[in-house]
Design a protein around this ligand. Structure first.
Ligand code: FE2
Length: 209
């Protein structure tokens, strides 16, 4: 399902509810972050990815506070478009692979699933891509944060996103099967800058529960 043509009109998002704005905004952010830190990252795509992260960092909270803020909606529409530019040539990585079973097995909306998982995979990958992780934090207004997970988890939670799997209807006893399914999504996990085992995916689910 890849678009042949996209009409990007931020005014169409003016009536999007705050919760949907938050979840879809972090999904767009995750597209940019995962491409930026991917093993297949490319300098031409990095330009769009980093600017998309900056735009989300600058405008997502504003669009949450005032859905009618047209400048914020335009910034987010651009962030989303830049995230789309990342998907073709580079694509996402562990963040989306780990998020997918939340949707396929427990009907968690895609953006919300990606938002819950995003801080965990960014922190997991930080040792493999420290400079780019620092740039991501800076673009989100979290410059110098030493605890990547706490900083980005707090950033998402401040948007009002429910960050606990247990609150989203994900039962603890399904986590092992979810980890097995996520680990099999090689088309995305093979892009990840750091090898992630099934046990490490399970640890992320447990930490996010
Ligand atoms: Fe996505």
């Amino acid at each position: 399902m890849v678009a042949d043509l996209a009409l990007v009109d931020p005014d169409l998002a003016l009536s999007v509810p705050a919760a949907v704005t938050a979840a879809t905004g972090v999904d767009a952010l995750a597209h940019c972050v995962e491409a930026f830190t991917s093993r297949k990252a490319h300098p031409l795509v990095d330009l769009h990815a980093l600017e998309g992260i900056r735009l989300a960092g600058r405008f997502l909270a504003r669009a949450m506070a005032d859905g009618g803020d047209r400048e914020a909606r335009a910034g987010l529409a651009l962030a989303s478009l830049y995230g789309g530019f990342c998907l073709g040539p580079v694509n996402t990585a562990a963040g989306h692979a780990v998020a997918y079973p939340l949707g396929t097995r427990h009907h968690v909306a895609h953006g919300l699933a990606c938002a819950v998982i995003f801080p965990h995979t960014l922190a997991f990958n930080a040792p493999a891509v420290p400079e780019k992780t620092a740039l991501v934090l800076e673009a989100l207004g979290l410059r110098g944060a030493t605890d990547v997970l706490a900083a980005t988890h707090g950033w998402c939670a401040a948007l009002g996103i429910g960050m606990r799997l247990s609150d989203l209807g994900v039962p603890e006893d399904d986590l092992p099967r979810m980890a097995t399914e996520a680990h099999a999504i090689r088309r995305l996990l093979d892009n990840n800058p750091r090898e992630m085992s099934r046990e490490q995916i399970l640890a992320i689910y447990r930490a996010a529960l």
